[in-house]
Every structure is written in structure tokens, then in C-alpha cells.
Write a protein that binds this ligand. Structure first.
Ligand code: S3P
Length: 426
């Protein structure tokens, strides 16, 4: 448990966030299917991405270097069958994308996870993989552990009922080793790192609106620097925008538009958000400055949700500082993340005095309210721990946060940087 109190002094800070989680997972996982040495600089070294590393190592990938700055991976000429179940821990990305890779590995791959991952829906990948002719066993109702007997399989066209980059990516990865092309049609655009990376690695992929078609084939390994994670940067952006006299520059952050919906919304809510693009390699990235307190209540729903899916709980926090009613709808996917984030966000914010009504697919938040101290629990969820820590910076009284160590999933340095920023404030 940590005890957190309000930050009263003005903030003017620059912060470098760790490498993007989605890009690090993909860089690691793609090393298992690409020929040559895959090199990631500024990779995210956290519990989640370590799960992907364990998976590819179990399939025979050799780790040539794993320093804080550089990760170098090489696959064997033929992937081997894992000799023991692979523990995907808390990581949905490892399990879902890993299942797509396992579809092309001769032999059996067993994927297990922690209690949270073992509750998350896997039928969304099991059903289409079975349609491709892959044998997949699971617990009843499509829950992990999964056992995948890989080898030869077909392609096909798959229309997804949820906008999920993990599902899309799983099917595209299975498509690389299929006998025919795989086409995936999403209901709304989810993050497109898999498509971009496959293209950059020499794969054949065609994109048209919400449809992606992949022609099976080999990939060439590549080297790239992972830009900072916009989902991690979002906690600092929110910290800047919930109070007056705070300006934070998040440095070298990924600007891929399928990931920056939250920052666009911040501007709509009245914060000043300035973008400085530095490069397009491997994807657009640069420095983003956030200042000025949010004040407009908003309605967020539909196609905007997937572009800020992991940041949506922060919208509820921001809304507590805006005058009027903020409505978030169409975010039911939050119920099946590392925790039920609709429920946990509501519990944390209400304990701190906010007026938050839970809907099946979002919240109605009535603002503005002064937040106060409370005892809150991250319930094992890294993003819930960071949300509570950000909220604590404007609360009257002490916030006692349980389960803060969950930040090791995606952002082990979070509390170190948080303390340093507070102590260095002017
Ligand atoms: C991710 C996709 C998102 C996101 C998760 C990472 C990815 O999940 O919530 O943190 O790297 O593809 P869904 O695709 O299931 O929405």
C-alpha cells in the first residue's frame, strides 16, 4: 500500500516514458516468424513483454542481447515445439497473438495465464482459428488455458464483432502460415501496428477501409527504435490537464493516430495539446505538450473508443473536473480487460467523492467535484493503479492505494518518475 497526497506546487516537466508496449510485444513475437536478426532499441522491459519473450524462447528463438537499450532476437531455421506450457501471465497480447503464431508451429503449444487472463474471453480467437482448420482446445466457455495443435491450415474471410487489434493480429499472424489469404474486417479501426510492421518486414498486406487482406509468405527481420508508449504518456497528460499550472511534455512518444484519440479528446475538453513530430520511423513519433485544465464535459462513443481504449478510464477522471455531464458509451470492452475497468474506475472515483454512474458500457460523470482522500484498490490492474495515483495529486487528504505494484506490468518506473516529478515541482 502507498499513501499519496495532493501536489500543490506548479509543475513544469518533461518526461520520457518507456517504449510502447504494443510495438515491443510485436517486435518480440514477430522475431519468431521473421528470418534474420530482429533488433528493438528502447524496448519496454516489463512483466507483460517478458511474457512474450518467454513464449518465443520456448519456441526456440535465441536472445542474443537483452540490455535495457537493446533486444536482439534470432529464430532457429525451424521453430521447435514448446516442451512445457507457456505462461502468458497477465498478458492478453501474448496469449492472443501467440495463438496466431502457434497455429503455424508443428506440434502442440499450451498457453496458460494468471487468474485475470484466465477470465478473459478467448472464443473470439478460438472460433476463427478453428474455422481455419487449426485444432484449439480450451476450458469450457472459451477460457484459457489454450492448447493449439498447429501445422497446415486454411485462410478465409473473418468479420469481427468487436474492434480488437489483438484478435485482428492473431488472425493475420495465423494467415502468414496459411494456405490461402486471410481477410479480416473490423467494425471500427483498432490499432494498426501489426499491419504496418508486416508491411515494413516485406509481407504482402492490402488495406481498404476496415478490411485487411494478408497473403501468406515470409517476413524479413528488421531493426527499429520503439517510440514511447502513448498509453503510459496518457497518465502524465491527464496529470497535467486535471489542474491549473501544470505543463508536461511527453518526449519521443508514438503518434500513430490509432493510438492518440485520448490526446485529441483532451483538446476537445479544453486542454492545450501541442504536437511536434520528429520522425516517421518506424511509425510517426515526437514530443507532445499538455497544459491548461480541462473544463468541457463531452460525450464519447462509437468509433472513437478503440482509438483510446486503454485511456478511456482517464476520461472519467478528467470528467470529474469538468462542468456538466460527461457520457462515455460503447466501451463495454473495458469490462474484459485486466480487470473490469468500468466497475473498478467507478469504485475508485466514487470512493474519492466523484459522481460516477456506471452504465453497462461506460459511465455518466457529473462534474465538477473536489476529490478527497480514500482507501482504494487497483485490483491487480496496472492502469487502475496509475489512474488512482494521478487522481491523488488533486485530492484533499490522503489516498491509500492498495496493489500499486501492478504497475510492473507495463510501467515499472512509474512511481519513481511520479515521486521525482512531485519533488522537483517548483
Ligand atoms: C492491444 C490491443 C488492445 C489493448 C491492449 C493492447 C494490442 O486490446 O487494450 O492493451 O497490443 O494489440 P484489444 O485489441 O483486445 O482491444
Amino acid at each position: 500500500m502507498v499513501e499519496l497526497t495532493a501536489w500543490t506546487r506548479p509543475i513544469e516537466a518533461r518526461i520520457a516514458v518507456p517504449g510502447d508496449k504494443s510495438l515491443t510485444h510485436r517486435g518480440i513475437l514477430f522475431s519468431a516468424i521473421a528470418e534474420g536478426e530482429m533488433v528493438l532499441e528502447h524496448w519496454l522491459d516489463a512483466a507483460d513483454t517478458r511474457a512474450s519473450l518467454a513464449l518465443v524462447q520456448a519456441l526456440g528463438v535465441e536472445v542474443r542481447e537483452a540490455s535495457p537499450e537493446r533486444l536482439a532476437l534470432v529464430r532457429p531455421p525451424r521453430l521447435r515445439e514448446a516442451t512445457a506450457p507457456v505462461n502468458c501471465a497477465n498478458s492478453g497480447t501474448t496469449m492472443r497473438l501467440g495463438a496466431g503464431i502457434a497455429a503455424g508451429v508443428d506440434g502442440l503449444t499450451i498457453l496458460t495465464g494468471d487468474t485475470s487472463l484466465s477470465r478473459r474471453p478467448m472464443a473470439r480467437i478460438i472460433d476463427p482459428l478453428r474455422t481455419m482448420g487449426v485444432t484449439v482446445l480450451s476450458r469450457q466457455s472459451g477460457l484459457a488455458p489454450l492448447a493449439i495443435a498447429g501445422g497446415q491450415h486454411r485462410g478465409g474471410t473473418f468479420t469481427l464483432s468487436v474492434a480488437s487489434a489483438q484478435v485482428k493480429s492473431s488472425l493475420l499472424l495465423a494467415g502468414l502460415t496459411a494456405e490461402e489469404p486471410v481477410r479480416v474486417i473490423e467494425p471500427a479501426l483498432s490499432r494498426d501496428h501489426t499491419e504496418r510492421l508486416i508491411e515494413a518486414m516485406g509481407g504482402r498486406i492490402e488495406r481498404q477501409g476496415l478490411s485487411v487482406t494478408l497473403t501468406p509468405g515470409r517476413l524479413d527481420a528488421m531493426a527499429f527504435r520503439v517510440p514511447g508508449d502513448p498509453s503510459s504518456g496518457a497518465f502524465w497528460a491527464a496529470l497535467a490537464a486535471i489542474s491549473e499550472n501544470r505543463q508536461i511534455v511527453v518526449e519521443s512518444m508514438l503518434f500513430n493516430p490509432t493510438r492518440t484519440g485520448f490526446y485529441r479528446l483532451l483538446a476537445q475538453m479544453g486542454a492545450v495539446v501541442q504536437w511536434e513530430t520528429v520522425s516517421d520511423m518506424p511509425e510517426p513519433w515526437g514530443h507532445v505538450t499538455v497544459r491548461g485544465k480541462v473544463h468541457h464535459a463531452v460525450t464519447v462513443e462509437g468509433e472513437d473508443i478503440p482509438q483510446m481504449i486503454d485511456e478511456v478510464p482517464l476520461v472519467a477522471l478528467l470528467a470529474t473536473q469538468c462542468a456538466g455531464q460527461t457520457i462515455v458509451r460503447g466501451a463495454e470492452e473495458l469490462r474484459v480487460k485486466e480487470s473490469d475497468r468500468i466497475r473498478v474506475t467507478g469504485e475508485i472515483l466514487r470512493a474519492m467523492g466523484a459522481q460516477v454512474e456506471e452504465l453497462p458500457d461506460g459511465w455518466i460523470v457529473e462534474g465538477p467535484t473536489r476529490l478527497h482522500g480514500a482507501e482504494v484498490d487497483a485490483q491487480g490492474d496496472h492502469r487502475m493503479a496509475m489512474l488512482a495515483a494521478v487522481a491523488a495529486t488533486i485530492a484533499d487528504g490522503v489516498v491509500r492505494l492498495r496493489g500499486e505494484d501492478a504497475v510492473s506490468i507495463s510501467y515499472p518506473e512509474f512511481f519513481g518518475q511520479y515521486g521525482a516529478m512531485r519533488d522537483n515541482s517548483t
